[in-house]
Design a protein around this ligand. Structure first.
Ligand code: UDP
Length: 337
């Protein structure tokens, strides 16, 4: 296959690229505008096996068709997007342009070029702020009700993709709704965990990344955003999934699409940890204590978000390997170092 990975220099895209380069013989083309993705990540990936790289912003619509034709692309894994929730509230048009409009355009060019397989990274943010989460977690039929432009820009993209699949029978998609992705490349050198790639997004807002920055001394302290939620210890509960397990779902999706099936899947481990539990785990695995203050709730943070992952497990036989909070935190910390 000839696979195009948009956003392949970024955090999740690079982990998928790594697995494709290491475990398959598909031809890989990475397209990235390098706004948040890193050239160093591409250098590391090149050490695994060669691939093509195109520095391009998806808003350059007129150039996409020639990329698809030149590289004879038959499969697209589309990560490139803006992903910062507070920024999406301040600058919604950036999100509707970068995410919804660019995705729509990419799909139009895909249909024109007869690209038949499309894998899309969506988010649990499409579920918004559920007032009650079922005991077995959120499944894919749960009401979607995004509460910020980021979530809405992804939900609108999902709809464009689904409608396109209905109208063009040869166009098939897999949409993934990611829960809380964390950790870094599980790679052992001399029996020592030594991640080669990881999360380098500047001004991180994610819990495990921030706690890791505290543990390595890049940050003096951090805050718990709200300790009065209706959860066992009062802090927010999330379903943290290791980035390599999320990445392997994308490899499974390519096989699933070869069977000519379109589908949507939640991806998470189906269990939750509280903010306090996560911070304690980071302190435990690193042996570093750091200051943690209490702060008010962050706008739009739901109390609890846990996936029901029955569908992805039963439909694609997805088998996660790193369902282990200590390993997630440890790999994030070593990468941060
Ligand atoms: N959180 C926190 N302090 C931080 C960052 C995050 O208390 O410095 C909490 C946040 O309120 C939420 C959980 O950690 O309950 C996960 O937040 P994150 O930003 O990692 O992911 P989200 O679930 O918002 O996508």
């Amino acid at each position: 296959m000839n696979i195009l990975i948009t956003g392949g220099a970024g955090y999740i895209g690079s982990h998928v690229a790594k697995q494709l380069l290491e475990t398959t013989t598909h031809n890989i083309t990475i397209l990235d505008n390098l706004s948040t993705g890193r050239i160093e990540t591409l250098d590391t990936l090149r050490g695994l096996r060669d691939f093509s790289f195109i520095k391009l912003d998806l808003k350059e619509f007129d150039k996409i068709s020639s990329v698809l034709e030149e590289h004879k692309i038959d499969t697209i894994i589309h990560f490139a997007a803006s992903i910062v929730v507070p920024e999406s509230v301040e600058n919604p048009l950036k999100y509707y342009m970068n995410n919804t409009v660019n995705t729509t355009n990419l799909i139009q060019k895909s249909v024109e070029a007869d690209v038949q397989r499309f894998v899309f990274s969506s988010t649990a943010a499409v579920y918004g702020e559920p007032s009650v989460v079922p005991k077995e977690g959120l499944d894919e039929t749960f009401l979607t009700n995004p509460i910020n432009p980021y979530g809405m820009s992804k939900l609108m993209s999902e709809r464009v993709i689904q409608d396109t699949s209905l109208a063009y029978p040869t166009f098939k998609h897999v949409i993934f709704r990611y829960f809380n992705v964390a950790g870094a490349d599980i790679y052992y050198h001399d029996e020592k965990l030594t991640p080669r790639i990881g999360q380098s997004f500047p001004n991180a807002t994610h819990l495990i990344k921030i706690a890791s920055e505290c543990a390595v001394g890049k940050r003096e302290k951090m805050a718990i955003f709200g300790d009065d939620f209706l959860t066992p210890d009062g802090t927010g509960v999330r379903d943290y999934i290791h980035v390599d397990d999320l990445a392997s779902a994308h490899i499974d999706a390519i096989n699933h699409l070869q069977e000519n099936k379109s589908n949507i899947f939640n991806v998470g481990y189906g269990k939750g940890y509280s903010v306090k539990e996560v911070i304690n785990e980071v302190k435990k695995v690193t042996g570093v204590d750091f200051q943690v203050d209490n702060a008010p709730r962050r706008a739009g943070d739901p109390a609890l978000l846990i996936s029901n992952n029955s569908k992805i497990k039963s439909t694609m036989n997805w088998v996660p390997k790193y369902d282990n909070l200590a390993l997630i935190c440890q790999s994030a910390y070593i990468w941060e170092q």
